[in-house]
Design a protein around this ligand. Structure first.
Ligand code: HEM
Length: 370
């Protein structure tokens, strides 16, 4: 791991992919190339998602079980009515955050804006106690430090602390169900029975713990992209259709994908890009490297939202592709629209520092809003 806070892990991923799109290290295989990553994630008959010993719903399931759980949970994240509710919440939260900021102001865009926005929207959407905002912000920070440390005991303690927060939200709803999303999920009869507490904790953990940090990192990448591309910033500030803004956001994330990697386990002896993969091998897919593969994006650093859209894998591919894509895109769109509407310029106030592997994007991004 590099000690230089401005060192960009993408350079390392690019170099590895150029040397060989598939690497083997200490019995693990990592796919860095775009075709190889797609091969892993679109062939569940060769690569299982059951990698963790913890219950992971829906991401640790395969086949029919996985499809059943996705059918139950996806509508909470991407049904048009759900998205309308989230849009109202997201706009209100962003306006509150902006109203509280003096102008001109220098902010730390990842934690002061991105993480706070993600947490506040999520708390209101799920109907959780507003008082949990500081607790969840502190949790995101500790989770980041724990995963960077490589200390598994610390990571496990941090994960348990999050599960305790979720259980504390479930308990009062058992006694008195409300109308919020959490209560609706608890009463969902989609499996022919209510979900168990363990299942609820796992699903809600995926909607929150896994994604609050990702959304904050996405905010950092998007704002860095806009601050360093004033012409794009101006065009968006003047107003572009939602679909065009969404394509711009996806492209900024493709260039510098902060959601770096996921895992699978080979279920049969197979080969990937010519590298033998014995049954049982853990295979990592590096989305960040795949999104910059010149075999698919001939000029990977070029900003070209339309030409690059079809092959963009920021939100994954295959049966496990992100069910939160519409929700995240909506949150990022609302964030960007409101911020650009409320400012004349946003520019870097100081050099950004990079999040170090296994994370992606920026750890800190000092921005001046005027
Ligand atoms: C913030 C930006 C986000 C990015 C870049 C992102 C990216 C991804 C990617 C690449 C996958 C595929 C994982 C794999 O193949 O193993 C995934 C899966 C998933 N994402 Fe997201 N995600 C984001 C936000 C969200 C949000 C906000 C939610 C929910 C509220 C969410 C829920 C999930 C779930 C439940 C899965 C597992 C799906 C499955 O295994 O079937 N994501 N995400």
């Amino acid at each position: 791991m590099s000690a230089d806070p401005t060192a960009d892990p993408r350079q390392d991923y690019d170099a590895r992919r150029t040397r060989c799109p598939v690497h083997t290290h200490a019995g693990h295989v990592t796919a860095y190339g775009h075709p190889e990553v797609l091969e892993v994630v679109t062939r569940p008959e060769l690569y299982s998602s059951a990698v963790s010993r913890h219950l992971q719903l829906p991401n640790g399931l395969d086949g029919a079980e996985h499809a059943t759980l996705r059918a139950l949970t996806d509508p909470y994240l991407n049904a048009p009515a759900a998205l309308r509710e989230i849009e109202t919440v997201a706009r209100a939260v962003m306006r509150e955050l902006l109203a509280a900021l003096p102008r001109p102001a220098t902010v730390e865009a990842v934690s002061d804006l991105g993480a706070r926005y993600a947490v506040r929207v999520q708390l209101r959407w799920l109907g959780w106690q507003p008082g949990r905002e500081e607790e969840l912000l502190a949790w995101i920070d500790e989770n980041r430090r724990a995963s960077r440390s490589g200390d598994h005991a610390w990571t496990a303690r941090v994960a348990e602390a999050f599960d305790a927060i979720i259980r504390a939200e479930l308990a009062p709803r058992r006694a008195q169900p409300g109308a919020d999303v959490t209560s609706r999920l608890m009463a969902d009869p989609g499996l022919g029975r209510p979900l168990t507490d363990e299942e609820l904790v796992s699903i809600l953990r995926n909607w929150t713990a896994g994604d609050l940090g990702s959304l904050a990192l996405c905010v950092g990448v998007v704002l860095h992209g806009l601050a360093t591309r004033p012409e794009v910033q101006d065009r968006v500030r003047q107003g572009v259709p939602d679909a065009e803004l969404d394509a711009i956001l996806d492209e900024l994330l493709r260039l510098d994908d902060p959601f770096v990697a996921n895992r699978r386990r080979a279920t049969v002896d197979t080969a990937l890009g010519g590298v033998p993969v014995p049954a049982g091998t853990v295979v990592h897919v590096n989305w960040t490297a795949a999104n910059r593969d010149p075999r698919v994006f001939p000029d990977p650093d070029a900003f070209d939202p339309h030409a690059h859209a079809a092959a963009n894998v920021v939100y994954g591919a295959g049966p496990h592709a992100c069910p939160g894509r519409a929700l995240s895109t909506l949150e990022l769109r609302v964030f960007t629209q409101e911020l650009l509407h409320a400012t004349r310029t946003l520019s870097l106030a100081a050099p950004a520092t990079r999040e170090q592997a296994p994370g992606g994007g920026y750890a800190t991004l000092p921005l001046t809003l005027a």
